[in-house]
Write a protein that binds this ligand. Structure first.
Ligand code: NAP
Ligand code: ZN
Length: 346
């Protein structure tokens, strides 16, 4: 066992505090990673505050991890000491079901083992990336391309893949009109990736405060949805909507902005239901869908795509002591656009 410094919570209602956690011994197929940076995802907050349901405490979250390999197990073939690597939202799966065999680990029939707050196959509860080290099965470790700035690579491991995957699946590209709802951590990556794929991108954000940024990221237009009648003026406009919002919205109003046969794909995961009138789908034959992170192979594809297109998240580097303040600022949408923790301060 390796005892490592971390930052986590002892209950859903208390602030995060410095603590230590145990990492397992490096097994034959394991990689030990010295974590350099960890991004803060809104899912970390939903989870640690038990908005999605009860979890075990103490708990360390964080699933946007980058660092260096410092030790490998005897059977490891894909990573070596010194490699720049990343770990995203999952660290294990059964490896045997049809989904795992098809390279769809995130859809594992027994449920993928998430990077934190998940019951691992050895019976322990997984602990996340707000820590100095992590031990992960080599299959779930990604290669971070040399040209991606280290600190900026971290948010790609969740915000990047979660938006890349539905954009790729629904065919974002030239001639396609894509709207991104909510421009936070996921939303700003959705904009940059959809633009790089060649789509015509509209940002639907509550106010005009992020308009200049949206246009700088390559969006063709920005609409402030808080303005009276804003969505009505967009009726029948989009082929694809990626909804990244962490709260429940009036889905019927957004479905009305789709063209016939358009799709609204939810990646935002509010604890509350998203009510939809079936007539919003029947009229125009529209689809209402969801998307959950992406496979390991697709995550590597996304990292390589971002390196090739020079896409990096916008980040604000913080010390561990600023994590609680950062949570408040995420909830107030006062982040441009992802907080990244310097784990040397843990
Ligand atoms: P974030 O940085 O907080 O961004 C969310 C954005 O949604 C905000 O910046 C804001 O954009 C908008 N928003 C927030 N509250 C709103 C409200 N009450 N009404 C309307 N708009 C609101 O969060 P994130 O890290 O990008 O995560 C977004 C969601 O995705 C979370 O629910 C998270 O758990 C989920 N998630 C899902 C997956 C998956 O696999 N499906 C993976 C990761 C995260 P504007 O200021 O532009 O309006
Ligand atoms: Zn996340």
């Amino acid at each position: 066992m390796l005892t490592v410094n971390a930052y986590g919570a002892n209950s859903a209602t208390e602030p995060l505090v410095p603590l230590t956690i145990e990492r397992r011994d490096v097994g034959p197929r394991d990689v030990l990673i010295a974590i350099r940076y960890a991004g803060i995802c809104h899912s970390d907050i939903h989870t640690i505050r038990e908005e999605w349901g009860p979890i075990a405490f103490p708990q360390v979250v964080g699933h946007e991890i980058v660092g260096e390999v410092t030790e490998v197990g005897s059977e490891v073939t894909t990573h070596a000491v010194g490699d720049r690597v990343g770990v995203g939202c999952m660290v294990n799966s059964c490896g045997e079901c049809d989904q795992c065999r098809a390279g769809e680990e995130h859809n594992c029939e027994q449920g993928n083992i998430q990077t934190y707050a998940s019951l691992d196959r050895d019976g322990t509860i997984t602990q996340g990336g707000y820590s100095t080290h992590v031990v992960v099965d080599e299959h779930f470790v990604l290669k971070v391309p040399e040209s991606l700035p280290y600190e900026a690579a971290a948010p790609l491991l969740c915000a990047g893949i979660t938006t890349y995957s539905p954009l790729a699946r629904w065919g974002a590209g030239p001639g396609m009109k894509v709207a991104v709802v909510g421009m936070g951590g996921l939303g700003h990556m959705a904009v940059k990736i959809a633009v790089a794929m060649g789509a015509d991108v509209t940002v639907l954000s509550r106010s005009t405060s992020k308009k200049d940024d949206a246009l700088a990221f390559g969006a063709a237009r920005h609409v402030a949805t808080g303005d009276e009648g804003a969505l009505e003026t967009l009726q029948g406009s989009f082929d694809l909507i990626i909804n990244t919002v962490s709260a429940s919205l009036d889905m019927d109003a957004y479905l009305a902005t789709l063209r016939p046969h358009g799709s609204l794909v939810n990646v935002g995961a509010p604890p509350q239901p998203l009510p939809v009138s079936v007539f919003s789908l029947i009229v125009g034959g529209k689809s209402f869908a969801g998307s959950n992170i992406g496979s390991i192979a697709e995550t590597q594809e996304m990292l390589d795509f971002c390196a090739e297109h020079g896409i990096s998240p916008e980040t604000e580097l913080i010390d561990a002591s600023q994590i609680n303040e950062a949570y408040d600022r995420v909830l107030a949408s006062d982040v441009r656009y992802r907080f990244v923790i310097d784990t040397a301060t843990l």
